[in-house]
Design a protein around this ligand. Structure first.
Ligand SMILES: CC(C)(COP(=O)(O)OP(=O)(O)OC[C@H]1O[C@@H](n2cnc3c(N)ncnc32)[C@H](O)[C@@H]1OP(=O)(O)O)[C@@H](O)C(=O)NCCC(=O)NCCS
Length: 176
C-alpha cells in the first residue's frame, strides 16, 4: 500500500472510495465541497493505493480555535476505506500518516467527530467538557465521539470553540 497526497486528477477516484465506504453519496459530496472551499485551506488530502487502485482517503481541513488566534487546528473528516480493503490497516495508516504530516507542519491540535474506540487508538481523547467545543451543537449521544488530539504543548489548555471550514460548518453535518 502506498499513501500520497492527492491531486485534482484524483477527484473521481477519491469520491468513489467515499461513496462505496459510506454506501451513499453525501460524504463524497462533502469531501469535494471541502476540497473546493478556500476556507478549508490548507487541506491535507491523502490517498491510499494498492496496485494503483485507490482504496482509502482521508481529508484534514484547516480550523481555528475561538479566542486563540495563533493556534493552528485541523479537523479530520471524512475518512473512508473501500469495503474490500477494510480491516487491513488502511484507515489506520492514513490517519497516522496524516497526523505525522500535520505535526511536522506545525499544527497544534486535531479534532474529529467519530467512533471513540477507533479514534482513541490514535490518541484522540474526549474533548468535552473542557474543550475545544464543536463548531456546531451536537446531540448528547455524540459527546463521547467529539475528540481532540493535542500535538503541541501550546494546545494543552484549549477551551474555545473549533471554527471550521464553511463547507462543513452546517448543523446538518453535526446532527444525528
Ligand atoms: C472506519 C474505517 C475508515 C476504518 O478503516 P479500516 O481500514 O477498515 O480500519 P483499520 O484496518 O485501520 O482498523 C481496523 C480496526 O479498527 C476497528 N474498526 C474498524 N471500523 C471501526 C469503527 N467504525 N468503529 C470502531 N472500530 C472500528 C476494527 O475492528 C479493527 O480493530 P483491530 O485492529 O483491533 O482488529 C472503514 O471501515 C470505513 O471506511 N468505514 C465506512 C466509513 C466510515 O465509517 N468512516 C469513518 C467515519 S468518518
Amino acid at each position: 500500500m502506498r499513501i500520497r497526497e492527492t491531486t485534482p486528477a484524483d477527484r473521481a477516484a477519491l469520491m468513489a472510495v467515499h461513496e462505496a465506504a459510506f454506501g451513499q453519496p453525501d460524504e463524497a459530496r462533502l469531501t469535494a465541497a471541502l476540497l473546493d472551499d478556500p476556507t478549508a485551506a490548507p487541506t491535507l488530502s491523502l490517498l491510499a493505493e494498492e496496485e494503483g487502485d485507490a482504496v482509502g482517503h482521508v481529508l484534514f481541513t484547516a480550523a481555528r480555535i475561538e479566542g486563540a488566534p495563533t493556534l493552528r487546528a485541523a479537523l479530520l473528516a471524512p475518512l473512508a476505506v473501500a469495503p474490500d480493503a477494510q480491516g487491513r490497516g488502511v484507515g489506520s495508516a492514513l490517519v497516522r500518516a496524516g497526523l505525522e504530516r500535520l505535526q511536522e507542519a506545525g499544527v497544534d491540535l486535531v479534532c474529529v467527530l467519530g467512533d471513540p474506540a477507533y479514534y482513541g487508538r490514535f490518541g484522540f481523547r474526549r474533548a468535552l467538557p473542557e474543550g475545544p467545543r464543536p463548531p456546531q451543537p451536537i446531540p448528547d449521544s455524540y459527546e463521547e465521539g467529539w475528540r481532540v488530539l493535542r500535538l503541541s504543548e501550546r494546545a494543552a489548555a484549549v477551551d474555545g470553540r473549533l471554527l471550521c471550514a464553511d463547507a462543513i460548518d452546517d448543523p446538518v453535518f453535526w446532527a444525528e
